[in-house]
Design a protein around this ligand. Sequence first.
Ligand SMILES: [Zn+2]
Length: 489
Amino acid sequence: MRLSTSTLVSAVVLPALVSAHDIHHARFQPRQAAPASSAASAATPSTVAASGVTSAGAPSTVASAASSISEPPTASFSLLSSNANAVPLSSINANAPSQATVALDTTYQAGATPTVVSSAPGLPNPSSLVISSYPPLDKTPPTDSPEVQQWIQEVANSGVSIPNFSSTVAGGCPANAAAVADTSRCWWTCGGCTRDTDIVSCPDKNTWGLTYDDGPSPYTPTLLSYLDEQSLKSTFFVVGSRALSYPATLQAEYMGGHQIAVHTWSHPELTTLSNEEIIAELGWTKKIIKDVTGVTPNMMRPPYGDIDDRVRAICTAMGLTPVMWTRISPMATFDTGDFDIHSGATSVTQVLANWENILGNASVMDTGFIVLEHDLFQQSVDVATGYILPDALAHKYTIEPVVNCVNKPMSDAYIETNDNSTNPPIASGGAATLSSGAPGSAEATAKAGGSGNSSSSASALVSSPKSLGLFALTTVIVSLVGGSVATLL
Ligand SMILES: [Zn+2]
């Protein structure tokens, strides 16, 4: 059954999210560092990109408009494999014309159940969604609605104590000196502080917990098609506003065996919001996912990674476990930067160089890893399906959704199907408490790019933040020749 979403998509607005991402990235999100040694030996990046165009065979629908991006001198990369049908590198840029989007391979009847989620309830019929019963798209929902008031009460009844931190203000670390100095907040954004209750990696080496954020989008079906071809499953951190706009795509993700998780309703920096607003952002996203799929996720990712102990406590009270992306030093976050190709803030060459640095860092870690990628824009999906995923497959990583990489079955990813023994939803369990203003010693940095942090604070639920040293960065220089990759160094 093909589900009509035409009445729902008309109000989709993306610019606010795009703008917020750009501001955030520019101000306080360090990129995967390029190794210092590569600058002197790097091949000419433009040659790499141009070779890719020639060899990969540009689809006729893709114009060969040159990117306005000036390639960083250190952007170089090595790929063991790429997709024979990949969009040429020189066509993955801010000027890329919109490609025709593909239809979903499969749509599903109401009442269907996914094979990988045992005891799942039947799939709802999204044509019964009433858009006016949800908050406006891409805005923090009002907190005076009956739904949000109920969720606020449930948080109050959960037994979880919410630390009494003030909200941060827009502008990131430089604009929030007091909050940065208050290390008991364990604010990830300014210093990378994490708690043991955060999922920050996969425990097993050479395991990649695959994630895509900010969808579903018109380009998600292209990604799903490739994942199906390769028998890969991912975690999708879903924006509630996008789920309301593309319910059939969300159903295809869920029924296809992928993990669905929460990424807020309107993609704000959560630490800037009041407790009630955070509850509204998370609650409405849980609700739209439940209304479309029949199940409620119990994992979430904070937009921009913006989380502190206040946000963590609210997540705990709402039965949500935070999932970050791996970060081993201020300049080695496992962020491909793929989101920024669309705006022109970065180049696909730089993204692939970031990817290679991520793999170099992963190779010296004792654990697996989680990487930040997105399925909101065509360019991000093009680089994922054309280059990053084929390369990862050639590296023989174990690639799986986050819930599986932490050695739990897919049924543990949802409140309705969780067996409550390996991952009990806190909100319904009640007893756990979070100390207000838990003492901490995280050495959060005063601004992006500062030194790393460490801490050994502990409380009932919030225990020691992880401290990780800077791992060696590795790189190799390559050239794309005749559709394959030759390693020069
Ligand atoms: Zn996001």
